[in-house]
Ligand binder design. Structure first.
Ligand code: FMN
Length: 243
């Protein structure tokens, strides 16, 4: 069995889970490859979609919703001649309600409905000083949290290999809770995405934000934002280690 896993990850958590899922498939004798949606060329994407039997999609949860970059990727997926089984997973800090089932909204109709889905608890990646949330760089704590995810990865991988439906995030209560969080978040993100700016008192013009931003939201000399922020916080997460 051949499995392709397409992921978006702003600060590494989802990449990590995609890799663990792929490694678990390999241990079970299946072929699995992971693809970063930010870097995969169009021809390789087409090949991966055609040559694999099962397609997986993974992303971090932003306000019980998909990151804009992942939505864009799903909506733009080329049509498939024959629908293939699909699984979806998301990484989250605390809660996402229907974080996986909401992907169905964006998958083109030529893709099969989601058959397997799972939510993974990972470290929080919100590190803005104005929003005080528990955030840690304690490697032992992080390692413990990552280790725990394997207890959800194994059942997911086994269900996929045995072709037994297994879905998290699809119940009525999950849908209701997800919608409650997503509705105000979508409004808030849309309202503020072009208002996010640069703190010039702290900026050292290292240009790291320009390089790492998945939305090409920054232009150089002088550094300015273009209003395309999707709140992934990669600029915060990566630059905090260098400044
Ligand atoms: C803008 C934003 C919104 C988030 N919203 C949620 C949320 O609603 N629920 C949650 O549990 N975690 C939330 N998180 C935390 C991330 O989903 C979590 O840390 C994720 O594992 C990050 O994955 P990544 O490193 O692959 O980007 C949010 C993070 C960001 C940056």
């Amino acid at each position: 069995m051949k499995i392709a896993i397409f992921f978006f990850s702003s600060s590494g958590n989802t990449w990590r889970i995609a890799k663990q899922i792929s490694d678990t498939f390999k241990l079970e004798g299946a072929q699995a490859n992971i693809y970063n949606i930010e870097t995969i060329p169009a021809d390789e994407l087409l090949k991966a979609l055609h040559k694999n039997d099962i397609l997986g999609f993974g992303y971090p949860i932003f306000g019980s919703d998909l990151p804009f970059r992942m939505k864009q990727f799903l909506v733009d997926l080329p049509a498939l001649p024959i629908p293939k089984p699909v699984f979806v997973f998301c990484t989250q800090w605390l809660f996402s309600g229907d974080g996986t089932s909401v992907a169905q909204e964006f998958l083109p109709s030529s893709y099969s409905p989601v058959k397997w889905s799972e939510h993974f608890f990972m470290p929080n990646n919100i590190c803005i000083s104005s929003i005080r949330l528990p955030y840690t760089n304690d490697q032992q704590k992080i390692a413990r949290k990552i280790q725990k995810t394997q207890t959800r990865i194994n059942p997911l991988v086994h269900a996929i290999l045995k072709n037994k439906t297994k879905k998290r995030g699809f119940s009525l209560i999950s849908t209701w809770l997800g919608r409650m969080q997503r509705k105000p978040f979508r409004k808030y993100f849309e309202h503020y995405r072009n208002r996010i700016g640069i703190d010039f008192d702290r900026c050292i013009s290292c240009n790291l934000c320009v390089e790492v931003c998945p939305m090409e939201n920054f232009s150089k000399n002088p550094i300015q934002t273009k209003g395309t922020c999707m709140y992934c916080l990669r600029c915060y997460n990566f630059s905090m280690f260098t400044t």
